[in-house]
Design a protein around this ligand. Sequence first.
Ligand code: NAP
Length: 310
Amino acid sequence: MKQFNRLALIGFGLIGGSIARAARAQGLVGEIVATARSEQTRARVSELGLADAVVKTNAEAVVGADLVILSIPVGACGAAAQEIAPHLAHGAIVSDVGSVKGAIVRDMAPHLPPHAHFVPAHPVAGTEHSGPDSGFAELFINRWCILTPSEGADPDAVERLRAFWAALGARVEIMTAEHHDLVLAITSHLPHLIAYTIVGTADELAQVTSSEVIKFSAGGFRDFTRIAASDPTMWRDVFLSNKDAVLEMLGTFNEDLSRLTRAIRRGDGEALFEHFSRTRAIRRGIVETGQDSAAADFGRPHAHLDKPKD
Ligand code: NAP
């Protein structure tokens, strides 16, 4: 069922490309106008035939659009908002998909005109792949999409964007940008930082050769390498723009790591066992709520295709 006449997609990588594919598959929009920073990506989007029109500039893309979604790195959203502002249609909904929300609101909101409705969003779904070829229509199915409208946001615009994400297959939750950033700091940003650290540490080890690291990676390391392969630009921006929340969570993490380090040093098996039992229960909860499968490697790209049907 058509929800918007014209969807403007600014940025066409994993997320923008998945929105285009899913919106098409569900028949949610009349037409899609896409743009991307490089000529190469724009040419690839045309080749893939995933948009009705591919234009050169952000300003051109938003003309006549009733839904505009920025799917570009967090650090680039302020400048893009400034560029599109004079060209936005009356009543247009402007949204984004950034993994950090406070900085997006800070950088985008001041540029947007009162006749447009700004409703920030973050689909909590992804893979470590990037670019226009990496997207797929099923990416958002059964994943959360968090909307962080400001207090004065137009309820009708919020509802229309909620319905759009729901139609893409997502479960939608609404919270403040500040709360979003705190929650995602522990559930996403800190795990990525740990993965980036551990993979870097393994790479620098003198006593273990890199061929051994690769050979025996199934012992836990492999899952970290997948996360640590995530896009460097995106994650640089995440840590720069969610600094306070990440540092707060990192402080707590370091205290817990010290506690476990002490338990290992002291041979305190009871403390280790109690801790590992508690974390195992959290994993069970995630599987039970359908956010992951008990099958190995659920998170890898296209795993949805070979996931057993239940
Ligand atoms: P991606 O596949 O690398 O695509 C990024 C897009 O942004 C490309 O079209 C790229 O254009 C464009 N771009 C890159 N740098 C830019 C700049 N400085 N100014 C303007 N455009 C620029 O990235 P993605 O994974 O889709 O991520 C996009 C957004 O989604 C980010 O804000 C990220 O926080 C958020 N997000 C990502 C995930 C994930 O797992 N990947 C999950 C949820 C949300 P060119 O191709 O022409 O360079």
